[in-house]
Design a protein around this ligand. Sequence first.
Ligand SMILES: C[S@@+](CC[C@H](N)C(=O)[O-])C[C@H]1O[C@@H](n2cnc3c(N)ncnc32)[C@H](O)[C@@H]1O
Length: 320
Amino acid sequence: MDTSLARLGRGTSPQQDTFADNLLVGLAKAPKEIACKYFYDETGSRLFDDICALPEYYQTRTETMLLTRHAREIAALMGEQVEILEYGAGSLRKVRILLDALEAPRAYTPVDISGDYLAQVVRDLAADYPALGLRPVIGDFTETLDIPALPDHPRRAGFFPGSTIGNFRPDAALALLRRMRAGLNGGGLLIGVDLVKDPARLHAAYNDAAGVTALFNKNLLVRANRELGMDFDPAAFAHYAPYNAGAQRVEMYLVSLKRQRVRLRGREFEFAQGEPVHTEDSHKYTIESFREMACRAGFNPRAVWTDEDRLFSVHWLESR
Ligand SMILES: C[S@@+](CC[C@H](N)C(=O)[O-])C[C@H]1O[C@@H](n2cnc3c(N)ncnc32)[C@H](O)[C@@H]1O
């Protein structure tokens, strides 16, 4: 089976350039910011897998349980001979639950920005599912990717687990859902969405006792040093991830512990003691607020599954 990776969109230019551009713009802003998609080099993808296994990180466990519990119903909704298009596919673990339940899935097209990691996990999946058409794509799903249709145009179903939608501000999330709908050629979208809940539980999930989320956050600096020759001192920054209850989102920052300077491409950026760099948002929704957004994006929300504690939700959205 040919599992060679296609590069689509601006991802065809070297990652370093876009990361450098993002830093040059983001570190000149007040407040400073770095886009969260740059978390995911190979180390970042592995650290994210470690986060998924943490006791505090209820999201992965709960979503996996929901997918497993409702796999047959989901498979019936997706239909036979479907092509699954997964956005931000990561470790490719969750899709296995669907592949095992689906009737003769036609193809699987995982899209991820973390190319080296995608290449490795695709090899493992290909070994376990030798009959499956695998079409891995390195690309940025916030861009229009124009993933070519298969010759006989099988029905497409989108898969967007992990509550990655929460990393986008509501207006950007709406735009992303609209773009996904356009790329699904009339197919539905199965999407995992983290729910509004007790702030203490959210706080614990993003501030784990083992410090893995802190390492994941600081990996942005390590990556900038390695790929762009920058001179960040990761020990001089603190991981800070408070829940903003008014905006219903966890906000993640790297806070400078001292006055310091870093350089990139001949430019110097100064950090005051205590100055934050915003690195990620994780928006939380109610089932109703998410369904309302999905309607505005041109979907008909159909089934929704949640756990007994209403920690997490999985939605099946049909294209209108
Ligand atoms: C929160 S993780 C979720 C991983 C996996 N889907 C899961 O549910 O466990 C986000 C994933 O999306 C990828 N990603 C983040 N931003 C992306 C972007 N703009 N385009 C493509 N992939 C992206 C990351 O590399 C990572 O694998």
